[in-house]
Design a binder for this molecule. Structure first.
Ligand SMILES: [Zn+2]
Length: 279
């Protein structure tokens, strides 16, 4: 599933590509992805200009010129690929395509989704803040306002939870999923089964620093294409070769040459090095 680095990569790219463009037409071939009647959806979207593309947690927010915002969650396998006027289409542009936005300058944005768990919603822009309050998302980990003290306060709310599970819950911190929680814990040398309330201050500091370090590194390389993720230009992210533990069960630890292990925590896989990350 795309996590913060992947969704933020797409946001930055799309903001540069489509902010200021007018939506001339929209074609929907999988109506269930749009969470309201199609006629209403089209009436609101067609003719609107895109002011900017923002993000909260893993949700892309296309702010429209008419007081509405279009929210897109890519869920497991969503892609948003932009093609300018006359640009030749690639197989991945049309494969599993469910929505196409056509802009005034004849460029297009393809919303594709193999597994069809993604969704599109319209919310009035002045009600967005309420919407996100109801979703109870935790802080954005790359915000300058997110401090070590905030992190400690959130950990203290849930002392019994395992740290792997803690990091993946968007109500604690927004945007971190399976890949980056594993990488953050390896970076901090913390075993995924440690409980939030048992961590020493020095460990908490390492995890806090690890969150920023790992997410920023992944963002710089446009995220991880371990499965379906492609960026807004239809290219793979380049972070997979840099992964230290995620998806590397049975392979050698890049630090100590021991073997990377995998265990299940609440139905999700945690990858870690038992020598580098002691329980
Ligand atoms: Zn190791």
């Amino acid at each position: 599933m795309p996590e913060l680095p992947e969704v933020e990569t797409i946001r930055r790219q799309l903001n540069g590509l489509i902010a200021g463009k007018r939506i001339k037409q929209v074609r929907v071939s999988l109506p269930k992805m749009v969470r309201l009647p199609l006629a209403i959806f089209k009436k609101i979207v067609v003719g609107a200009k895109i002011n900017c593309v923002a993000r909260r947690a893993k949700i892309l927010i296309f702010e429209l010129s008419n007081g509405w915002s279009l929210l897109v969650h890519l869920k497991l396998s969503g892609r948003m690929i932009f093609r300018k006027k006359g640009e030749e289409l690639q197989e991945q542009d049309i494969k599993w395509n469910h929505l196409i936005y056509y802009f005034g300058d004849n460029s297009r944005l393809f919303h594709n989704d193999l597994r069809q768990f993604g969704w599109v919603k319209l919310i009035e822009t002045d009600k967005l803040a309420d919407f996100f309050v109801k979703e109870k998302f935790g802080p954005e980990p790359l915000d300058k306002d997110f401090t070590p003290d905030d992190f400690i306060a959130i950990l203290q709310r849930r002392p019994k939870i395992k740290i792997k599970q803690f990091l993946m819950d968007p109500q604690n911190i927004a945007g971190i999923g399976n890949i980056y929680s594993d990488e953050i814990l390896f970076c901090a040398r913390t075993h995924p089964l440690r409980r939030a309330g048992d961590l020493r201050p020095s460990e908490i500091k390492k995890i806090f620093d690890g969150i920023r370090k790992i997410l920023l590194q992944a963002l710089e390389l446009r995220g991880s294409s371990d499965r379906d993720y492609l960026d807004a230009f239809g290219r793979e992210g380049e972070y997979v070769p840099r992964l230290k533990v995620y998806g590397r069960e049975g392979e050698k630890c890049k630090k100590c040459l021991g073997l990377i292990c995998r265990l299940k925590i609440n139905g999700r896989s945690a990858h870690f090095c038992p020598a580098c990350q002691k329980l």
